[in-house]
Design a binder for this molecule. Structure first.
Ligand code: PXL
Length: 269
């Protein structure tokens, strides 16, 4: 049988909800064949919950990427947590030569590992802008990441998000999806797509769950899978928006501090 092949270049989230684990689960549920290149391993100290981030050596990252891209071939690719400027620059050099659709999830904050919304790697923002965004078919920042990429302090409204999307588009990304999620006023969860000409708005009901770990990774993985199967960017975001809402409805608690959205919900529709 023929099946579309996708690669994620991202970090391993030991707790299983985000990172490579979210990506592979999502790829499976969306009917594409997932492969991975692991950039970093994230663990948590069980009692204090302090995050522990173990970098994978650049040479090992290169071997993994070569295994997949040179050895097998892909239909689409996504990136997730890229922990150092050196790794971002290397991944950028790989993207530069690719003809396939590229989804960049500009991961900057990891709530479960930092316990806050501080930027874990501020120097990486400049590197992402320079080395990754010019090759992005789609970039999928949340509001915090969008503000960082656009160089503005904070995004509070849809109007401000539109301004940020224009700035991020100017950095080279062909499509910018800003995940407003539940954070704008009003009773809908709203994500915004800008393709350099038009804005499109994708709405779902606001689902208020504490157990939303991995939502960002899962979102970008789903968009990657849909694009690999031949959907347009707009169709891919529309499908993903629906599926994320369902996955949030079916989210669950793992322990007192983390719970993922339910990737299984992605198989439903
Ligand atoms: O959700 C962002 C994220 C991305 N990648 C890895 C993570 C996390 C958050 O936990 O662990 C590996």
């Amino acid at each position: 049988m023929s099946i579309k092949k996708v690669l994620t270049i991202a970090g391993s989230d030991t707790s299983g909800g985000a990172g490579i684990q979210a990506d592979l689960k999502t790829f499976q549920e969306r009917g594409v064949y997932g492969m991975s290149a692991i950039t970093v391993i994230v663990a948590m100290e069980p009692k204090t919950l302090a995050h522990e981030v173990f970098l994978v050596e650049l040479s090992v990252i290169k071997e993994q990427i070569d295994t997949v891209i040179k050895g097998i071939g892909i239909d689409a690719l996504k990136t997730g947590m890229l922990p150092t400027v050196e790794i971002i620059e290397y991944v950028g050099s790989v993207l530069k030569d690719l003809k396939n659709p590229i989804v960049i999830d500009p991961v900057m904050v990891c709530k479960v590992t930092s316990g806050s919304t501080e930027n874990l790697f501020p120097e990486n923002v400049t590197a992402m802008k320079k080395y990754l965004l010019p090759y992005a078919t789609v970039v999928t920042p949340n509001l915090f990441e969008a503000a960082q990429l656009a160089g503005i302090e904070k995004i509070n409204t849809i109007e401000e998000a539109k301004e940020a999307a224009k700035k991020i588009y100017d950095l080279g990304a062909k499509n910018v999806v800003i995940k407003g999620r539940k954070f704008f006023a009003g009773d809908k969860s709203v994500d915004i797509l800008y393709n350099g000409k038009n804005f499109e708005f994708f709405e779902s009901e606001k689902i208020d769950t504490e157990w939303n770990h991995g939502a960002g990774c899962t979102f970008s993985a789903s968009v990657t899978a849909e694009i690999a199967k031949g959907a347009t960017v707009s169709q891919s975001v529309a499908t993903t928006k629906k599926l994320i809402a369902e996955a949030l409805k079916q989210s669950f608690k793992l322990n007192d501090y983390t719970g993922p959205l339910n990737h299984k919900a992605f198989a439903l529709k």
